[in-house]
Design a protein around this ligand. Structure first.
Ligand code: UFG
Length: 328
């Protein structure tokens, strides 16, 4: 298939691009490099530097694209509450431009990168796709609003689309992993301590209503996540919008993640309890039964040790390329 990948220089987008190229697809990446990096894009892919929303019409006007995987977005929960205007513009605004370009050029196959943040504080665990959606931050709200837009384009214009709601994506695949200029995620931060780029990891609260008092999350390996995008792309049907959760179904606490990192790095990783972080729910665990049943998705890297091992192999080989080098 000939596929346009927006945001294909970011962590998730570049992994999916690598897997698409490995499987023989013809991939064009558009990315403005605001958070992604050019080196992360697979060599076989065609790369266009620019704004996905601004360029979608021109790119798709060649008329021979089979589908779009749309990753390009802002994705920091805390930041979205500080500058919501930028989140609505770059998430909803950009997606509407892409949807309109797809409609104009008769491209009817879309996979959309969404998030568990669309659900907000869950009423029941594990979270299924029919759980109430009450996002607690602007990031989740922008992603949820896009689902409404996609659903209406599916009904009116025959778009075939899948929204994939990710839980905590982690791990690495080949030469692609987490190496952000601004890092807020638990596993890469803990590994920065093991690299010597940070003195300690802060645990945001140990008085949560969980067995060890720290928050529980569902970590999904980036390679398993990439497989789900390919399955979605291959099975989209015109006029149908599907929503699937993507997690491993296993919950690990912050302390358990830090322990796994100690095991794999051999570093003591000093940790210090800090106040709770605003907006954190105590426990988020996905039910991914729907995508397993309907698409035959079969994640094979679901234990925290595999995820941490792959993340560490990637992180320790970064050397000078680690954005965290020099931070303490
Ligand atoms: N945490 C710490 N210390 C840190 C960083 C994180 O204790 O220095 C804790 C957080 O409080 C949280 C857990 O580690 O309990 C995981 O935090 P992350 O920042 O790695 O991830 P989040 O669960 O906040 O969010 C991620 C994505 C969201 C997505 C969500 C869905 O960033 O986009 O998973 O599960 F919506």
């Amino acid at each position: 298939m000939k596929i346009l990948v927006t945001g294909g220089a970011g962590y998730v987008g570049s992994t999916c691009t690598a897997v698409l190229c490995e499987q023989g697809h013809d991939v064009t990446v558009v990315d403005n490099l605001s958070t992604g990096s050019r080196e992360a894009v697979a060599e076989k892919a065609r790369f266009i530097e620019g704004d996905a929303g601004e360029m979608a019409d021109e790119i798709l006007s060649s008329g021979d694209f089979d589908g779009v995987i749309h990753f390009a977005a802002r994705s920091l929960v805390g930041e979205s509450e500080e500058v919501p205007d930028q989140y609505w513009r770059d998430n909803l605004g950009t997606t509407l431009k892409i949807l309109n370009a797809m409609h104009a050029h008769d491209v009817k196959n879309l996979v959309f990168s969404s998030t568990a943040a669309t659900y907000g504080e869950p009423e029941t665990i594990p979270i299924t796709e029919d759980a109430p959606t009450n996002p607690t931050n602007a990031y989740g709200a922008t992603k949820l609003s896009i689902d409404y837009a996609i659903a209406s384009y599916a009904r009116a214009y025959g778009l075939g689309a899948t929204s994939l709601r990710y839980f905590n994506v982690a791990g690495a695949y080949g030469s692609v992993g987490e190496n952000r200029r601004i890092e807020t995620h638990l596993i890469p931060l803990v590994l920065q301590v093991a690299l010597g780029h940070r003195d300690k990891i802060l645990i945001f609260g140990d008085d949560w209503d969980t067995p060890d008092g720290t928050c529980i999350r569902d970590y999904i390996h980036i390679r398993d996540l990439a497989d789900a995008h390919l399955l979605a792309l291959e099975t989209n049907k015109p006029g149908v919008h599907r929503i699937f959760n993507l997690g491993s179904g296993e919950g690990y606490s912050v302390k358990e993640v830090i322990e796994a990192c100690r095991r794999h790095t051999g570093h003591p990783i000093p940790a210090e309890v800090a106040p709770r972080r605003a907006g954190d729910p105590a426990k988020l665990v996905a039910s991914s039964e729907k995508i397993k049943k309907e698409l035959g998705w079969n994640p094979t890297r679901t234990d925290i040790d595999t995820i941490v091992k792959d993340a560490w192999n990637f992180t320790k080989n970064l050397g000078d390329r680690a954005y965290s080098a020099g931070q303490r």
